[in-house]
Design a protein around this ligand. Sequence first.
Ligand code: ZN
Length: 317
Amino acid sequence: MPITLTMSSLRADPPAGNHPVVRKREEAPSDPFSPQNGSASAAPQPPAHVGGGGSASATKQSVSFTMQDGVFTLRLGRTGEEPRPDITRETLTVFEADCLAFAQEKTVLRGPLAPGQQPLKIALIAGFHGDEPGGPLACERLYADFLQDPTSYTGLELHLIPTCNAWGLLFAQHANADGLDPAASFGTGSVSAEISSLEKELTDQRYDAIISLHTDTSARGLYAYGSEDERRHNFLIHALEDAATLYPVTEGSPFEGYHATRIDPASAFPGSPRPTTVAGRTFTEILLELPGRCDRHTQARASTAAVRAILARLAAR
Ligand SMILES: [Zn+2]
């Protein structure tokens, strides 16, 4: 029998910082939002099937550390879940630390395709820093979305990597077991197996888009870094406007909303993951910073809404 530890039993929320928070969205709508009344906004609407508020899917969520044959794996899905052809799992690497073994697992969700359609391949990577649980929890919600309605991923192939620092997540450490910052070590010939395996993954897979999730411990709102390119920046602004429309604001929540920045993730985080050897290839790179001053489930809901909106806009291109 595998040993299973759920995320909720493992973690505390990251500490609140004392720094100024990100600004609220200007013109924030005054009414609580839900998919049912989303038409109240003039913002472009993603397809209705992408805009679930998350409450229905919450009953099916599961992400947990399993230990089988002595290897800890952060796994999306429930034990005993029926295998299905549109969900596959792959071990990218297994590494040892502190006399324990950890697997870096990728889960691929394949949405329906029209005849002859090539899927848009998107990597969603979270859990760089083990003290940022919101990203892995967002992966859990997106996985649950797929179980509930695969058509919400029509035309998409979503590669979920819920943590690239499993040791850090298990022990609530920002750095990895080698004492390195996994988000700052890409492209530097890292000695850490989980970083070099992810570098290889990003290079080999030729993704159309890479979305990274982090948590800003001082922020009450979610914000995103996108390319400085005007077209991509507008794309990101509109996606976050969609997210603000679809996100079901909770009464009394400290969540302040969304905004996009004009900073390229590559310049904000020179070591952030990107394909390093695919010359001449354009891809979309987005980095979301989750609101660390909100509880981890608010972080997950807000970022899931943002990712849903981003996916909808990518799929509509
Ligand atoms: Zn981070």
